[in-house]
Ligand binder design. Sequence first.
Ligand SMILES: *Cc1c(COP(=O)(O)O)cnc(C)c1O
Length: 399
Amino acid sequence: MGDRADAQRRVYLDNAATTRISNAAFAAMEPYLRGGFGNPSSLYAEARMARAAVEQARAGIAALIGADPHEVYFTSCGTESNNWAIKGCMHAQARTKGRKGRFVTTAFEHPAVLNSARTLHEDGFDVAYVPVGETGFVDERAFAEALGHGADLASAMLANNEVGTIQPVARLARAAHAADARFHCDAVQAFGHIPVDVRDLDVDYLSVSGHKFHGPKGVGFLYARDGAPLEPLMDGGRQERGLRGGTENVAGIVGMAAAAEEACTNMAEDARRIARLRNELQRRILEEISGTCINGAEPRVPGTLDISFEGVDSASLVELLDERGVCASGGSACASREGEPSHVLTALGLSTERAQGALRFSLSDETSEADIDQTLRILKSCIDQLRNFGLIDIARFRS
Ligand SMILES: *Cc1c(COP(=O)(O)O)cnc(C)c1O
């Protein structure tokens, strides 16, 4: 295969940003986008069908995470689930306790968590950010210490969206409960890729988003443990036990449940294959391109690889890779437009240069050996080009 063949074929290695919808998810949705349009809250046959589909999806998802169906609430995305759990828990406790409490989280959470924390702070709540180490793991001692000052809720992600590191959530949750705090987990990068069981993790709340595991966009769910404090994020009708009004996204919910089922059924086998390809890509980059280093240590989710290229600006690299048919990301999709070094890599204590030279590849079960070969070939020529012409860029920026 030469450049001509490469030019016709795009390689998608940004599955941590979003995934292609699976055929099974699409097929499951289609009936509800056409004939089955009944409002689940209405009382005739069409509506009962839609209601049954939503409740079947709820039961299916609950079974996959070890929850009861009534502990699963459908939302519009991972961002909503995070906002709802964090603000809903903090405000509910403020109401019953008659004082605004303390929220503990980590420095490298997704913006949906960090900006929820900022809003809580602006609203008079106390917020603490626990540092993370250079290898991409929460400082557990600092976490316990932050909880020791008395907290209502702590939140930590299961898998980081940039470096892929898997946090010791069960231990963090145990520390939170020992300090009489509730625990929320952003499992958006983890669910469908590694086992997620709410009882094993011992979490009170857990956020998931459909489009990160080959489900549709615009749908997610929040697990909230029976009896865990939770105020509605918005006021509305009686949907989702009266806590999240709004007519259900029936097709989206059904599609997400189908994708969840599929992802969890094939998980062990897919994870092995994806990790093997990811490790091969990592090994060959380290061997064949000088001035490279990996960000984030093991354990990581199988598909994620974050790697810094010395003397390269990742925004230019992403652009050049795109021109040649490879989709990757510099930092996370949520930060990639701002031109600032990633807050995740900065939180790890990496230098600005290393953070700005960081590229994230994220593989999926659709990634092939040929994709890895093609990516490596193109990546090498892009790095050569950027390093050789880097001086021109610098001159341009300085003038
Ligand atoms: C993508 C992502 C989110 C946000 O999910 P959306 O459904 O896109 O709102 C939250 N947390 C993590 C870790 C993510 O990767």
